[in-house]
Design a protein around this ligand. Structure first.
Ligand code: GAP
Length: 514
């Protein structure tokens, strides 16, 4: 069994080898924390985006979509608080000259303690076998409780110091915990400073008249500034939502862990506008609804957990993260935030325009409250991809690498393989099958190598079905269909292929599990 670091290395190399993700500008040695999606990656990403859009927009008659520009008026970011407060606490190591996020150094320290808890749990699991009760064990075992208390003490002190802008205490905490530079091992740290994460750029040709702009650090503000436009033109009644997917940019300092933390990434966000006072019930609703969406993909219930925020941003009255078990541990995948009326009120103040809703039933105007769901598309990609990559031992003692992507998300749904590439009849029939299937599904033709090798290649590529065309196919219009996960093969009629594939890849079937 590969350890987590090995597993993560495999994810990286597999993503490249099978055309999912490439380093940006690789021929120039790449650009740090910027990635390109390759021929399979772009399809997987699109399928995840569509899966989200269908669940959030198409299936909710009170949610509509928009596609706002990346460039926004610079005052937007004053109003939203990003100019003044979208900062990360940074610390430099004087010996290695490397720069780190102080909070991430502390969180990584806590993750190591958490790994010790996991170890205790695994040991106990082995010892007690079927009688093992994980919940009871973690709530009673002295050693585990001690570790957990240590984590809580560290994280709450850090949260308090950051909230109070007490950066000296953040440094003191790093020193007290004897945290060393992960690369050099040095503990020779500078003071902690704040660093704004927004990328600046200029709009306009001449140096004098050019306007300073920012690349948006979140898509949400494009929704807030369009709130009234959409509400009026769409005749939307509260409660209603506006959804959007699109690029966001952050000058991340700790840019690592592959596509988990990028400088250019994509978000899928939804702002749900509600009546003030109803936020607790809607927070609960969206927490449940979003978790169900995740679970519908079958990546395993144990791989998700909520992390409720104790320390809330100044605009929020509740917030939680849906965390996913990535190869490097549980980390935030999606945020659900009860943002009150903060954003709309700020935009009212800075623009001087009223952003209120007139409630005909109550005969009153008010500034709606907002419930936000915000998920990183790239992080979702990594969650799906890393969870699906499996090294499987087979009964005959051999092994295979298989990418068990949820079939609904797989970039290629079926590969059509003529058993013998020199047989013109088989090639012709294979191409006819492709001509027919390609209107509904992304399919590929594969004739190179022995059929067994082609199966393995498609397994590693994540293709749910291989359809083999052989001599019998020419006689009775049947083919063999092989299922990626079970490796089972069935002889089926060519005319039934579409319905067989549909049964496993149909979005409706998957979303109905919600
Ligand atoms: N509008 C709210 C907002 O932007 P956030 O927690 O900063 O909240 C939301 O970001 C989601 O965007 C995160 O849960 C994560 O999935 C994704 N995300 C944030 N920064 C990212 C980065 N640098 N690279 C990839 N995904 C990122």
């Amino acid at each position: 069994m590969a350890n987590n670091e090995d597993q993560f290395k495999k994810v990286l190399s597999h993503a490249k080898e099978y055309g999912y993700v490439f380093q940006s500008s690789e021929i120039y040695d790449g650009l740090s924390a910027v990635y390109d999606y390759a021929q399979n990656g772009v399809e997987l990403k699109k399928n995840i985006r569509d899966y989200w859009w269908k669940a959030m927009v198409q299936l909710n008659d009170n949610i509509v979509g928009i596609d706002a520009a990346i460039f926004m008026h610079p005052t937007t970011w004053k109003a939203s608080g990003h100019v003044d407060a979208f900062n990360d606490p940074l610390i430099d190591n004087k010996d290695s000259k490397k720069r780190y996020r102080a909070d991430v150094l502390i969180e990584d320290y806590c993750a190591k303690i958490e790994a010790k808890i996991d170890k205790e749990v695994k040991k106990a699991e082995k010892r007690f076998g079927d009688a093992f009760n994980k919940e009871e064990f973690v709530s009673t075992n002295g050693r585990v409780l001690g570790y957990q208390e240590k984590i809580n003490t560290i994280l709450s002190r850090m949260a308090k110091s950051l909230e109070n802008e007490d950066l000296a205490d953040v440094k003191a905490l790093i020193e007290e915990l004897e945290i060393a530079d992960p690369l050099s091992g040095s503990k020779n740290w500078t003071d902690v400073k704040q660093f704004n994460l927004m990328f600046g750029t200029k709009l306009g040709a001449s140096a004098d008249s050019a306007m300073d702009l920012y690349l948006r650090p979140e898509t949400a503000q494009g929704i807030f500034v369009n709130f009234l436009n959409v509400q009026k033109t769409g005749r939307m009644k509260i409660p209603f939502g506006i959804a959007q997917t699109g690029k966001a940019f952050r000058n991340e300092i700790v840019a690592r862990q592959f596509i988990f933390r990028m400088r250019e990434f994509e978000q899928m966000e939804m702002q749900f506008f509600i009546k003030p006072g109803t936020q607790t019930e809607w927070f609960k609703h969206w927490k449940e609804a979003r978790l169900k969406w995740h679970l519908s993909l079958g990546l395993g219930e144990d791989n998700y957990r909520f992390h409720d925020h104790e320390k809330l941003a100044h605009y929020a009255d509740a917030a939680t993260d849906i965390e996913f078990k990535f190869p490097f541990g549980f980390k935030e995948l999606e945020g659900i935030h009860s943002r009150t009326d903060f954003d709309l009120k700020q935009h009212e103040e800075y623009s001087g325009k009223k952003l209120q809703y007139f409630d005909h039933e109550e005969n009153e105007s008010y500034t709606p409250y907002v419930l936000e769901t915000s998920i990183g598309l790239d992080r979702m990609f990594l969650a799906v991809f890393s969870n699906s990559l499996i090294e499987e031992e087979l009964e005959d003692g051999s092994s295979r690498t298989v990418l068990k992507l949820p079939a609904v998300l797989a970039p290629v749904k079926a590969a059509i393989l003529p058993l013998v590439k020199k047989d013109e009849g088989l090639v012709k029939l294979s191409k006819q099958i492709i001509e027919d299937l390609k209107w509904d599904y992304n399919v590929v033709y594969d004739e190179k190598d022995a059929v067994g090798r082609r199966y393995r290649r498609q397994d590693a590529n994540g293709t749910p079905f291989c359809i083999t065309v052989d001599g019998e196919s020419l006689e009775n219009n049947t083919v063999t269909i092989r299922h990626r996960d079970t490796m089972e093969q069935q002889r089926v009629k060519i005319e039934d292929l579409k319905s067989i594939i549909k049964k496993e890849v149909d979005v409706k079937e998957w979303l109905m599990k919600m």
